[in-house]
Write a protein that binds this ligand. Structure first.
Ligand code: NAD
Length: 404
């Protein structure tokens, strides 16, 4: 492989398990543009005007930011944890995504700002509040979309690590190595009480509550402010390791937090929701055992039925048909917004369950959309994207225009 001195170099994917340690700036920019084009092709939205997205650089948070800016013409502040390029190392995908987003947002005439750092810290919350006060005055939508393996508590200094484990009993089910299609049985031992406590501390609602409390105390929330965080329920097959496991307990805590925030904010006309979203390929979901194989089977069925959605389609539907729908916000009996409704249709789940029973290493590419999963995984990092010359030198040093 021909390699020049950085910053101009050929960038190829380098993977370690479910992590890709390189990212391609032009490929990431193209993926962001694809999402922007999708939103621009939909009817314009009325709703959010000044939006804070916490966890804004990839996955559902990035898509929420794109829908806010390009669907509703809103100004946005994005908070995320990403790294710039350094020496021979490329920047992370979220860095390149955010740079591309900010350039496009400026060209479209909306304001956008980035704060890069640990959203769990007091420092980043204070910095964000200062920025909002100076540049936007007040905000009317806060999207909380952080997915992290760790959190350091800002008051006690304790660092918690999350685990994805069942509770009570050992769980075994099929899983896949999406790089080579090997289907095997994953066996996961139950979490200890302390692992459960730590997972709730990382992925539960405490930090979301802290953000809203601090924004509120600083007087930067509009009276009719909306806040939303994201959750997942999913099928029977993954319940033991997801919804009834450690991460599900954290999501229960997030959902309880939404109820508390809703009572708090409704005093001035505000509201808080949890939206249950569809299972999709993101950096976070690829780290969960069993889930990538389930997503591959789900993609196969939903694509065949013309019901497939990615992050951007999900978030456009969340904003247009739920959060800012003219006839009010539809919720289920637990008060949750459900944009996983198509995933959970009984006929979709029945077909997935049938495929699941039959899936083996020998038939995985035929019975599931594992190839689609694998390609989307690489696209998260800007690879395998049409129209990009991956043999050409590219400048990996990309600036984020409004980084504070
Ligand atoms: P993701 O990994 O694509 O995005 C996570 C975001 O959080 C990134 O912008 C990252 O920079 C940011 N982040 C991580 N740690 C941070 C920190 N310490 N400080 C600031 N930012 C930080 O994840 P995703 O899959 O889009 O998940 C977002 C939310 O959606 C999560 O609550 C997840 O449970 C939920 N969800 C995901 C799925 C799915 O299938 N991917 C389905 C339903 C719900």
């Amino acid at each position: 492989m021909k390699r020049k001195e950085y910053p101009n170099m050929i960038i190829q994917p380098k993977t370690r398990g479910f992590i890709c340690t390189t990212a391609h700036p032009e490929g990431c920019a193209k993926q962001v543009q694809r999402q922007i084009d999708y939103v621009k092709g939909q009817p314009a939205l009325t709703g959010p005007r000044n939006v804070l997205v916490i966890g804004a650089s990839t996955g559902y948070g990035l898509a929420s930011r794109i829908v806010s800016a390009f669907g509703a013409g809103a100004n946005t502040v994005g908070v995320y944890f990403d790294k710039a390029a350094e020496g021979a190392r490329t920047a992370s995908a979220g860095w390149y995504n955010s740079a591309a987003f900010e350039q496009a947002a400026a060209a479209a005439g909306t304001k956008s700002y980035s704060i890069v750092g640990d959203a769990f810290s007091d420092e980043i919350k204070a910095k964000t509040i200062d920025l909002i006060r100076t540049e936007l005055g007040k905000i009317d939508l806060i999207v909380y979309s952080v997915a992290s393996p760790r959190r350091t508590h800002p008051k006690t200094g304790e660092t918690f690590s999350s685990v994805i484990k069942p509770l009570g009993e050992t769980y075994s089910n099929k899983t896949v190595n999406f790089h080579n299609g090997d289907v095997s049985i994953a066996t996961i031992e139950p979490a200890t009480d302390d692992e459960l406590r730590q997972t709730i501390a990382v992925m539960g609602g405490e930090d979301w509550q802290m953000w809203i409390d601090e924004l509120s105390a600083a007087g930067v929330l509009e009276n009719d402010v909306t806040t939303v965080a994201y959750s997942y329920i999913g099928p029977e097959i993954t319940h033991a390791v997801y919804r009834e496991g450690t991460i599900g307990a954290a999501k229960n805590d997030l959902e309880t937090t939404a109820q508390r925030l809703n009572s708090q904010l409704s005093a001035t006309g505000g509201r808080a929701f949890v939206s249950v979203n569809k299972a999709l390929v993101t950096q976070s979901s690829s780290a969960i055992p069993v889930v990538p194989l389930y997503i591959s089977a789900l993609y196969k069925v939903m694509k065949e039925k013309g019901l497939h959605e990615g992050c951007i389609e999900q978030m456009y539907r969340l904003f247009s048909e739920r959060l800012y729908a003219s006839n009010g916000v539809a919720v289920d009996e637990k008060g949750l917004i459900r944009v996983d409704d198509w995933e959970m249709k009984p006929e979709i789940q029945a077909e997935v369950a049938q495929l699941w029973a039959d899936l083996t290493t020998e038939n995985v590419y035929e019975l599931s959309d594992l190839e689609g999963y694998r390609r989307e995984f690489f696209q998260l990092f800007g690879f395998e994207t049409d129209g990009i010359d991956y043999e050409a030198d590219v400048n990996q040093d990309v600036n984020i225009p409004n980084l504070r």
